[in-house]
Design a protein around this ligand. Structure first.
Ligand code: ADP
Length: 466
């Protein structure tokens, strides 16, 4: 965030500096142009003084009055003075040599005017020529200066246009570049949101650009995914308690049997303690120990399942996962007259997974099947390798589902069960757990024809550690 602020600030500073430079340059050009206009005026003064000198020189030729030549001298002096003052500016345009000849010609022109004033008519032609030379020089100076002013004017007009064009081109490039980035980010948001919605958080990491905004978005998505993950885990725990609740009658039954046996055996012992031979007493006591072991086994199983644990992936054998799960739900199924058929061949490759989570997946699937087979039925569980994955089919011959129900079963809170019996979370939680394991789950069913749930889990490559 801080880096982003600094970037925006630097961009703003760069913009201000650029605009200030541009304005400064424009201002400087205008000032230079104004100065050039003043110089033109001064050059004009030189030309008009020379023209005046010539006018008086011509007057003298027609009406030889000494007054005319005096006036001519005055204007020539003025022209010379101004030319002296303008020396650097004249030199800049015509060069040192031409300026030198201007000075020399003025001097010679003055000498010729003097000679005329002293009545020397022979210099008349030479005087005229000198005068003409001076007029042409001044005119040429003025023309060249005007030419330069035009060039400067073009530059002043062109400069803002060029800057505008440059800004436009830069703006277009930045716009296209930024638009691409925005589109990239939007695509990322779409991908990440879709991924998170499906429980696939890998999409959150895949962002192509590493600029501050993209990184900010990724960290926001990562936080969101983390939060969702925690919520999902809490949901799984809550759902676990719901399944334990559903299992209660089965578990009670499972505990009751060994307890009854213990009680009966203890009664027998108490009544016939004095009459029974030592061997038989030993046998009965062993029975009691075995039955107690059975009961504590049930309790341990339940405790194992209900324990809140951090997720940990380990190398798992699907046959063990299924048999451990069946230990928890077996009695419940038996109570509802649901038979169980397991078809898991030996030697299936191992998978990488979390035992508790996968147990929860299968408990939910088995209990759903159990609830769908109200009049009893058969639960068929089979596993095999299929297309590089481990495929587990859980099939029942219960009530089945229509298309509409089938299309919504993985949605959270979707349930067709009465209030108090269904939460609509079981299958959505299963979906999340399987996705996290890098697998998939599908369901196939027809009304009255039972349902089959197919779980696919990635195999652990040979020699690979979990
Ligand atoms: P809940 O069991 O609390 O309703 P689930 O997410 O486990 O929530 O199941 C959602 C719905 O899917 C159930 O209400 C039921 O309509 C349907 N369903 C799930 N499993 C089966 C099945 N084996 N046979 C028929 N319908 C099923």
């Amino acid at each position: 965030m801080r880096a982003l602020k600094i970037k925006v600030f630097l961009l703003f500073i760069a913009y201000v500096v650029f605009m200030s430079l541009n304005m400064g340059m424009y201002w400087w050009n205008i000032a230079a142009f104004r100065e050039r206009l003043t110089i033109i005026d001064e050059f004009h003064d030189v030309l008009s003084d020379i023209l005046e000198t010539r006018r008086y020189e011509k007057n003298f030729m027609f009406y030889p009055e000494p007054g005319s030549l005096k006036e001519a001298q005055v204007y020539l002096d003025r022209a010379e003075k101004t030319a002296n003052l303008l020396q650097p500016k004249i030199v800049e345009i015509v060069g040192n040599e031409a300026y030198g000849s201007l000075r020399a010609n003025i001097r010679e022109y003055r000498t010729l005017l003097n000679s005329l004033a002293h009545g020397d008519k022979t210099v008349a032609t030479a005087t005229r020529r000198k005068g003409t030379w001076l007029v042409e020089f001044a005119q040429d100076l003025l023309r060249q200066k005007k030419l330069r002013i035009h060039t400067a004017l073009n530059r002043i007009l062109f400069l803002p246009l060029a800057v505008m064009a440059l800004l436009l081109a830069l703006g277009t490039i930045v716009y296209i570049w930024q638009a691409r980035k925005v589109l990239d980010r939007l695509k990322y948001v779409q991908r990440a949101a879709e991924g998170v919605a499906k429980g696939d958080y890998a999409a959150v990491q895949q962002i192509s650009s590493e600029d501050p905004i993209s990184l900010l978005m990724r960290s926001a998505f990562r936080n969101m995914a983390g939060e969702l993950d925690t919520r999902q885990e809490q949901l799984i725990e809550a759902r676990k308690l719901v399944s334990i609740g559903t299992l209660t009658s089965g578990i009670a039954h499972e505990l009751n049997n060994p307890l009854n046996n213990v009680s009966l055996t203890a009664d027998t012992l108490l009544e016939e303690l004095d009459d029974l031979p030592k061997e038989e007493i030993r046998e009965l006591l062993t029975d009691i120990i075995n039955e107690t072991g059975r009961a504590s086994g049930v309790v341990r199983n339940l405790l194992d399942f209900s324990r809140e644990e951090q997720r940990s992936l380990s190398r798992l054998d699907i046959a063990t996962v299924i048999s451990q799960t069946l230990k928890l739900v077996g009695n419940q199924l038996a109570l509802n007259h649901v038979g169980v058929e397991v078809d898991i061949p030996d030697g299936l490759p191992a998978i990488r997974g979390d035992l508790h989570y996968l147990q929860q997946v299968f408990i939910n699937l088995f209990l759903n099947a159990d609830q769908a087979m109200k009049q009893g039925g058969t639960l068929r569980i089979s596993a095999r390798e299929d297309g590089g994955m481990l495929r587990v089919d859980v099939a029942d011959n219960g009530c089945g589902m229509d298309r509409e129900t089938l299309s919504r079963i993985f949605d959270p809170f979707f349930t067709t069960k009465p209030v108090g019996q269904g939460t609509g979370l079981g299958l959505s939680i299963i979906y999340g757990i399987i996705k996290k394991h890098g697998g998939s789950i599908d369901a196939d069913s027809e009304p009255g024809e039972g349902a089959t749930f197919t779980v696919r889990l990635p195999l652990l490559a040979e020699g690979e550690e979990a």
